[in-house]
Design a protein around this ligand. Sequence first.
Ligand code: GUN
Length: 292
Amino acid sequence: MELLDGKKVAASVKETIKQEVDELVKNGKRAPHLAVILVGNNGASETYVASKQRSCAETGITSTLVKLEADVSEEALLNEIRQINDNPEIDGLLVQLPLPKHINEQQVIESIHPLKDVDGFHPVSAGNLMQGYPTFIPATPFGVVMMLQHYNITTAGKRAVVVGRSNIVGRPMSVLLSSNTDYGNATVTICHSRTKDLEKICAEADILVAALGKPGFVKAHMVKEGAVVIDVGITRVEDAGSKRGFRIKGDVDFAAVAPKTSYITPVPGGVGLMTIAGLLKNTLAAYKLNSG
Ligand code: GUN
């Protein structure tokens, strides 16, 4: 069993990005610029956004945070988005999800300019990915394929099972793994809450991606001997013994599953860090699209 080390791989992706940004700035160009809109004060969202901003700073990417109150109107939020869409000095824009209930999330996603859509959630980005000409790949599945490639894990001809069908992870993940690319050509099954024989299907996977947000869901009997297991779960669970009062748990029962695998991602230290690497890559790509 080998650990897929998100910290190490993300650091190497970030180093490559930093070199490219340094080179741009040395040549008198402005640095790429990411804008992040954060609505309300969801603790997990605040942590993710802080981490995104820190990673931008580490790689020389400029970032701007727009913080809005939880009771902001949808119209005011859409106005902020329009201003950023029209700002030629900003290359990428993401609105941290989830949004408060009174705001229509889909409406917000669709209002982001497709050429600045570094999250890859806009229907144009999703459509481009679906048709095999991706502009922006959602950061988490993008991070997963970068991780697989870094460890030379081949996917062609393999049986891949993705548990979870979200627009952010499961669905784009299944599209990437089945695409006609270096990181695709797998035979992909998506499992979800209505799947019959889910445990049996998981146990047939050469590559198993768990992205359902249920801590410890994947048990040892659901994993084939020698499988590659990718754990996308990052749920906060109460932990009185920890300083923060919680700890992060993945969707995989790591202790029981790890010994059966050929490769497995730890949580934390796995996919989470790769997600940010994916976002930074998308921001640099947006810069090139918008200033090229
Ligand atoms: N919430 C959970 N994951 C994500 C993400 O990748 N992007 C945004 N904008 N919000 C999220």
